[in-house]
Design a protein around this ligand. Structure first.
Ligand SMILES: *Cc1c(COP(=O)(O)O)cnc(C)c1O
Length: 236
């Protein structure tokens, strides 16, 4: 796998994404490929940018900081977007709002307040997704189903935040079809919340699907797939 050029892997991914979208009667344009570049070197990220990739995901603020400085927030042809997909500690909120276009891991009112405060300071409205924990693994972050609506209701007054959707990470399965119920459940929760017509709350996005299961996630409504290994190879 390591001798396949990045550009071929990325174009192969876009083909597989399109096929999955068409199988589900969806338009491929509804789905953003986030290239998860955690542990990938700056050279490899630049190679992906040269191949046309514009959206990247990182799971640690500190690691992302150096990469974003090196690879530029801007590119001559079009802007590079950076997404934080990993857990965020409150004391890093200040850096996160300066670095990331979208933060996928909002999981508490306290973190929301701090993000809002920091975003307001730099005159930004921060886009966010709420991470929902649908399995019972201790290692996973996110709010439970029961905590989700109360969280959305209590952060409605934070005007420097814009919650755009939900994110989840199911347990790892060899067979990607076993992740389907988790993806479906997240979509149902999102649809239910949209039907509640909570003030200032409309959630178009679902951040679901990784290298092993992004096609199933797209069939279940994903608008953002987070793919690392299938682009950059196995992480060491
Ligand atoms: C690492 C990571 C991914 C990418 O996983 P791959 O299996 O390498 O595609 C996606 N989402 C999150 C939250 C991650 O930490």
């Amino acid at each position: 796998m390591d001798d396949i050029p990045l550009i071929s892997r990325i174009s192969d991914l876009y083909k597989r994404m399109s096929h999955a979208a068409m199988r589900a009667g969806r338009s491929p344009e509804e789905i953003t490929l986030i290239a998860v570049s955690k542990t990938a070197s700056i050279e490899r990220i630049k190679e992906a940018i040269d191949a046309g990739q514009r959206v990247f995901g990182e799971n640690r603020v500190q690691e992302a900081q150096g990469k974003i400085a090196e690879c530029g927030m801007q590119n001559a042809e079009s802007r590079i977007e950076w997404h934080l997909i990993g857990h965020l500690q409150k004391n890093k909120a200040k850096y996160a709002v300066r670095l990331f276009d979208v933060i996928h891991s909002l999981d508490s009112r306290e973190l929301a307040e701090e993000l809002s405060r920091q975003a307001e300071k730099i005159g930004k409205v921060q886009d966010l997704l709420i991470e929902v924990k649908l399995s019972h693994e201790e290692t996973k972050h996110g709010v439970s189903e029961e905590e989700l609506v109360p969280l959305i209701e209590t952060i409605g007054d934070l005007t420097s935040l814009r919650v755009r959707g939900l994110m989840t990470m199911p347990p790892y399965f060899e067979d990607p079809d076993h992740a389907r119920p988790y993806f479906r459940r997240l979509r149902e929760l999102r649809d239910k919340i949209n039907e509640m017509r909570i003030a200032n709350c409309y959630l178009p996005d679902l951040s679901i699907g990784m290298s092993n299961d992004f096609e199933v996630a797209i069939e279940e409504g994903s608008t953002m797939v987070r793919v690392g290994t299938a682009i950059f190879g196995e992480r060491r």
